[in-house]
Every structure is written in C-alpha cells, then in structure tokens.
Design a protein around this ligand. Structure first.
Ligand SMILES: [Zn+2]
Length: 268
C-alpha cells in the first residue's frame, strides 16, 4: 500500500512549485525555532512541516492538472498515432509494425526525460525506462504492453480497427483499451509531473513488453535475469480497466492465460 505520506516531500525536499529552488535545488523549509519547551517546539515544527508538505502537494497537483488539460489534444493525437500502428505480435507479417510501436514508446519516454532504451529479445523488444531522481522515496515499476490482438474477424468492426474513431465520447480501435490507452496514461502522468514541476514525487521504472498477447516468455526471462535493475517497492500494472468514466478501480487480482482446444461433434 502506498501511503499519502510516502509522497509528501520531507523537510529537505525543496521548495513550493513555481518558486525558485523547486526543480532540483534542495532548500530546507524554514521554521522559526520558537519558544516553549522541546516538545512544544517539535510539535510546532511538525505542524508547520505538514502544512508546508500538503500545500506543496496541492500546488503541485494543480500544476500537473493544468499541464494535462493544456496538452490534452496533443496527447490524444499522440495516442491515436500509436494506435494506428498495427503491432499484432502474433502475426510475423506485422513484425516491422511491432518494432515501430516499441520505438514509438521508447522515443516518447526519452522525450519525457527518462533514460529509455529498447532491449532486443528473441522475439519482440522490451522497452525499459527509468527516472530515479527522488532518493529516499518509493520506487514504482510500471508494466504495460504495446502489442495487440489480431483484429480478425473484420466484419463486426463498426470502424476500421487501426483507425481510431470517437463515438459517444469513446475512442474505438484495436488496442485502445488493451493496453495502449492505459499504458499511455502512465507515460503522460510522468510527463505532466516532470514538465510541470520539474520532478516526480517517486522514482519510476517502466517495463513495456510486446508479447503479452502471445504469452511470450521473453519478459519472464528478462525479469528473472535483471532483478536488481527492476527492484521496486510497488509494481503498477497498467493492463487493467476502470468501472466508468471518472471512476477508477484498484485491481487486486488478474487472471492468467489458459489455452484450450475443444472439438464439438453433433448429429446432423
Ligand atoms: Zn493486455
């Protein structure tokens, strides 16, 4: 469980957003040592510190929200560009597209300001990126995937599977909600914090794969061999859903993958 206090800046965190010293420079909160006995002074200092921390967080969140709102159209256009790439991991014909989707995600993470790279595997590449500029704060590892299921059969589609189309306020396309949309949300959250406040309240690592839809083994192998690099306090899986617009959900269990072949015989 991530506690609110984990995200609050400590006394050595820096200053309020928007003021000199916020982005990078460390400046302790100032406090009047005051009068009274040691306990009274400590209590007064703590209250001041909590007040500063909460005020800092609220101001930061306001800036992050404003950044997201300002760039909303651009983010939507970017997501559509990603969705237009038919990164069907199960179909070798689409291998160049799958590679293109991986590169797209890597480039976006790098543009946001993370150290990002493509990691080749025996099949589709992994994307890894990190920002570790919050020493002493928790580390989140965000998982997602950029590959999609084949779109066939095509007949039931109301609009082309790889041409994102908005109907009734929803974006329809293959991969829009599994998992490009959700994964992109985490990327843009990191971007908003970094660009709007110059920093993230926690350390983040991203591990985005391209074999989720084929139950590939390359992610598992990589994780087993890179435990230190991927070490984290919390893992966040972007490949989940929410109940309704404006109603997020915390998913605490996911099904695995089961393959089965059934043969039905019936009398004519
Ligand atoms: Zn998925």
């Amino acid at each position: 469980m991530l506690y609110w206090g984990d995200l609050l800046p400590g006394p050595d965190w820096g200053d309020l957003p928007g003021q000199a010293g916020f982005a990078g420079e460390t400046r302790p909160f100032t406090q009047d040592p005051g009068s009274g006995n040691a306990t009274q002074r400590a209590t007064s200092w703590n209250l001041q510190n909590v007040w500063h921390s909460e005020r800092w967080l609220l101001m930061a969140l306001e800036q992050v929200d404003a950044y997201l709102e300002k760039h909303r159209d651009h983010f939507e256009a970017q997501l559509k560009d990603l969705i237009r790439i038919p990164s069907v991991s199960a179909q070798p014909d689409h291998d160049p597209d799958t590679q293109r989707a991986a590169t797209f995600v890597r480039d976006d993470l790098a543009a946001i300001g993370l150290k990002a790279e493509l990691i080749s595997t025996q099949r589709h590449p992994l994307v890894y990126a990190e920002w570790l500029g919050a020493p002493g704060k928790p580390t989140l590892l965000v998982y997602g995937h950029y590959d999609v299921q084949p779109p066939e059969p095509l007949e039931p589609w109301l609009s082309p599977p790889f041409e994102p189309t908005i109907r009734d306020g929803n974006l329809y396309a293959r991969g829009a909600t599994d998992d490009k949309g959700q994964m992109f949300t985490h990327l843009k959250a990191a971007q908003a914090w970094l660009k709007a406040t110059g920093s993230l309240p926690v350390n983040v690592k991203f591990l985005i794969e391209g074999e989720e839809e084929i139950g590939g083994v390359n992610l598992e192998t990589y994780v087993a061999e890179h435990r230190d690099r991927l070490a984290c306090d919390y893992a966040v899986i972007s490949d989940t859903s929410q109940f309704a617009p404006g109603m997020p959900a915390i998913t605490y269990g996911l099904k695995g993958l089961a393959l089965d072949k059934k043969k039905l015989e019936a009398k004519k």
